[in-house]
Design a protein around this ligand. Structure first.
Ligand code: ATP
Length: 356
């Protein structure tokens, strides 16, 4: 097992810059997720680590070893893809044992390892079956067992749960994380699903247009996004644009729509010019004028839509900005009618000030 380091790694395909200079360190035993929209460079990063593509410039290290020019078969890396890629004409035993056999392991050794791995992925007894006789979730567990059989220095997974339905996906997230923890294997996982990234990762790398936008734990990325892109991509968020008119006691006051003044914490030092205040839907409340604390931010608006999803309610409120505000709370006894006038409030400390 080893950590991974990408040092000023750049990848250009003809006129397309797939990756700008990327610097990234993945710790030994860490579960790191590359998250971002289609085309942001996630798969390219994974393929560079695996050795399927060579960087245009820069260095890739596995542990202490510079593997930049090393072909994939010599990197000792395990891979899991979305489409399982199991060998259809081989039994599950032979699929899992394939890499071990290639490396000259004996029959008894392979059998013992196959049994051990079937226990690990909680599918004992399927060794005689063929891949077509497994469900999608089972096939993906076998793909993981095969990837870790020899065992690799690093495990790479490219959208491994992409083909599964939502419920199965969630249970497989827990399952994959359990296996990863048990093996303590350095893992790089690719997804465009932010919930999946948050559920599984020690750290998340949010990518956009071949660049890293932010690296951090799920909490850091969700609670302290560093850019409008991250704030908007990871979870839902309201972005309220305004001009800074005052900065005092660690808070900036901004003039926003309706000529209202709202306050937000200033992260480091000064805030000036046109900025955006980001606030999560769950931090907004619908209030009576009487119950609003003086220090709260307040905006008046009209309800333009409501979504009821069982345990939660989403309310869309037009406050005269391009997009309505989104508020999320527990469903109330009294339904809100479209067109109803409401006052929205939130604590200034729940706002995040971001460059516009
Ligand atoms: P997705 O989620 O859609 O798989 P991604 O984030 O994995 O996207 P990449 O596959 O890494 O994105 O692609 C990054 C950029 O590089 C894209 O603009 C893509 O079109 C381009 N690209 C990737 N592979 C090649 C290639 N072999 N030749 C030319 N351009 C490529």
């Amino acid at each position: 097992m080893a950590g991974v380091r990408l040092d000023r790694v750049r990848k250009v395909y003809g006129a397309v810059v797939a990756l700008e200079e990327l610097n990234l360190e993945i710790e030994e035993g860490e579960f790191l997720t590359l998250l971002g929209p289609s085309g942001c460079g996630k798969t390219t990063t994974l393929r560079l680590i695996a050795g399927f593509v060579e960087p245009t410039s820069g260095t890739i290290l596995l542990g202490e070893e510079d593997v930049t020019g090393l072909p994939p078969q010599h990197r000792e890396i395990g891979m899991v893809f979305q489409d399982y890629a199991l060998f259809p004409h081989l039994t599950i035993r032979d699929n899992i044992g394939f890499g071990l056999k290639e490396r000259g392991a004996g029959k008894a050794e392979i059998e013992a390892r196959v049994q051990q791995l079937l226990e690990l992925v909680q599918l004992p007894g399927v060794e005689e079956r063929y891949p077509s006789e497994l469900s999608g979730g089972q096939a993906q567990r076998i793909a993981v067992a095969r990837a870790v059989a020899f065992p690799p220095r690093v495990l790479l997974m490219d959208e491994p749960l992409g083909a599964l339905d939502l419920k199965l996906r969630e249970s497989m997230q827990i399952e994959l994380r359990r296996i990863q923890k048990e093996l303590k294997i350095t893992t790089v996982f690719v997804t465009h699903d932010q919930t999946e990234a948050m559920n599984m990762s020690d750290r998340i790398v949010v990518m956009n247009g071949g660049l890293i936008e932010q690296v951090g734990s799920a909490e850091e990325i969700y609670n302290s996004p560093k850019s409008k892109f991250v704030a908007d991509f990871v979870g839902q968020i309201n972005l309220i644009e305004g001009d800074v008119v005052l900065t005092r006691d660690g808070f900036a006051t901004l003039k926003v729509a309706q000529d209202a003044a709202i306050r937000a914490p200033v992260a480091n030092g000064d805030a000036r010019g046109t900025l955006a205040v980001a606030v999560r839907p769950e931090h907004l409340r619908i209030v009576d004028s009487a119950e609003t604390a003086d220090s709260d931010n307040r905006l008046d608006g009209r309800v333009v839509g409501t979504i009821f999803s069982g345990n939660l309610r989403k309310v869309f409120i037009d406050i005269g900005m391009e997009k309505p505000l989104v508020l999320e709370d527990r469903p109330q006894n009294v339904a809100l009618q479209d067109g109803a006038a409401v006052r929205v409030a939130w604590s200034p400390s729940d706002g995040i000030l971001l460059d516009n």
